[in-house]
Design a protein around this ligand. Sequence first.
Ligand code: SF4
Ligand code: SF4
Length: 79
Amino acid sequence: MIDIKNPEDCCGCYSCVQRCPKNCINMIEDLEGFDYPKVNTSSCVNCGICESVCPNSIIYLLKYHYHVMLLNIVQNKFN
Ligand code: SF4
Ligand code: SF4
């Protein structure tokens, strides 16, 4: 599962949005006009790409789902 920590540190670069293979990250504008990422967890496949491209390290996979990410990497490599 993807989680967001310290969303106020998001610089709005859209890297996570652009790289998500499932298009399940949307930027939502808050009341002050700042954009923050929101993940549609029902579409997320826990690939970890968003975590790896975030320059501010605020979007990350919860540790107990790392096995799913590793399984996805192995499956993508051999398919
Ligand atoms: S883990 Fe993968 S599928 Fe899920 S939000 Fe991040 S990039 Fe998208
Ligand atoms: S990659 Fe990180 S800093 Fe850039 S928009 Fe996504 S969460 Fe924000």
